[in-house]
Design a protein around this ligand. Structure first.
Ligand SMILES: C=CC1=C(C)c2cc3[nH]c(cc4nc(cc5[nH]c(cc1n2)c(C)c5CCC(=O)O)C(CCC(=O)O)=C4C)c(C)c3C=C
Ligand SMILES: [Fe+2]
Ligand SMILES: [Fe+2]
Length: 340
């Protein structure tokens, strides 16, 4: 049935009042920490041509014959180690961020603005999120991918997913797309505040490691600005806090496959420190706006163990910005210029 009862200038669902909706997105998690759920999730994730740029035909053979037969079981065990009664930490925290942002928008007088969360892979999908906004009568959408540093693999891929949905819609909404916020002063302030709180409570470590999710080095060589934005975030925070040169270091984690990724690698850097006399470190991961597998398992678990095994003595992980007030405020500041 048509949405409009007749040829008229008054659509029955009243969508002429240009209500704004925020589609708050992140990467997404499997539905459950099981091998079957991981196979579904990794199939969608690793089939994305923005994530793996190996020629399609060759990659599909590798993906289906090797990766999807071996990795789901291993990844399911890792996810089990971080799963909570609320499910995946990433999904839960993103939902809480959406609620907190919606509340802040109301406080700031944006009573008509809705916030809906969606995930690039898994559930709730980008399609479900956009449908939910449409059901709410929204004709103006601001997409806020929760990745501070733009990369083709994250924000670029989110853009693909949104446009793949909208190409099937007859009435495409007015669309605004946040393209990263690696140097936004309120984001830098929130990072600086979270670090200061840690340093005040636990003292100065010998090194403060800013560990960002990596990407293949080839992506940088081919024009992805992600590496430069990560370096810029570290520099801005270090300047803001007045750190001495070389106290804050930038590293890259979460490698996948055999190719060279962005360097220096987090694991190799941490493992080399004790032999150089650096036995007290604090680490944070500014590319993750919410704690997730890559922080809770890889930084809190794996890297801590390897550092201590190599002779390290003190290792502190500074949590992601998650639902801190200053983070929700930074999210608001990022979208503020686009609010009406
Ligand atoms: C295969 C290549 C990958 C690229 C390139 C990549 C880039 C990238 N990813 C994030 C953020 C997250 N990644 C997460 C998990 C994760 N990442 C990859 C692979 C690539 N990521 C895999 C296969 C996985 C799944 C886990 C595993 O099997 O190892 C997560 C955590 C999700 C969760 O549920 O907690 C996040 C977040 C960024 C920011 C990025 C590039 C800048
Ligand atoms: Fe990743
Ligand atoms: Fe990982």
């Amino acid at each position: 049935m048509s949405r409009f009862s007749a040829i008229t200038d008054k659509p029955h669902d009243g969508r002429f009042n240009k209500k704004t909706g925020i589609l708050l997105t992140n990467l997404g998690s499997p539905d459950a920490p099981t091998t079957a759920a991981l196979r579904t999730y990794l199939r969608e994730f690793l089939s994305d041509p923005r994530i793996v740029e190996i020629p399609r035909f060759i990659w599909m053979i590798i993906l289906y014959c090797f990766v999807l037969t071996l990795r789901p079981k291993r990844s399911a065990a890792l996810y089990k180690s971080i799963w909570t009664e609320n499910g995946s930490p990433l999904t839960h925290i993103t939902r809480e961020q959406s609620k907190r942002l919606a509340a802040l928008l109301k406080d700031k007088g944006h009573h008509d603005t809705e916030v809906v969360m969606a995930m690039r892979y898994g559930n709730p999908s980008i399609e479900a999120g956009l449908e939910e906004l449409r059901e709410k009568g929204i004709t103006r959408v601001i997409v806020l991918p929760m990745y501070p540093q733009y990369s083709s693999t994250t924000i670029g891929s989110t853009f693909d997913a949104v446009s793949n949905v909208l190409r099937k819609w007859r009435w495409v909404p007015e669309l605004h797309f946040i393209n990263g916020y690696h140097d936004n002063p309120t984001y830098i302030d929130a990072l600086a505040a979270s670090i200061s709180e840690d340093l005040n409570a636990h003292g100065m470590p010998q090194k403060l490691v800013f560990s960002y999710h990596g990407t293949p080095k080839l992506f940088l060589d081919n024009g992805d600005p992600y590496y430069c934005f990560c370096m810029q975030t570290t520099r801005l925070v270090a300047e803001k806090l007045g750190f001495e040169k070389d106290f804050a270091v930038t590293t890259f984690q979460s490698r996948f496959g055999k190719a060279e990724w962005l360097k220096p690698y987090t694991d190799a850097t941490l493992e080399s420190y004790p032999a150089e006399g650096i036995k007290d470190v604090a680490i944070l991961s500014p590319a993750f706006s919410a704690d997730c597998l890559e922080t809770l398992e890889e930084l809190e678990g794996e890297n801590r163990e390897n550092f201590e095994h190599a002779g390290g003595e003190k290792y502190r992980y500074i949590p992601a910005l998650n639902t801190r007030d200053d983070h929700i405020n930074a999210m608001f500041e990022v979208i503020k210029p686009l609010l009406k």
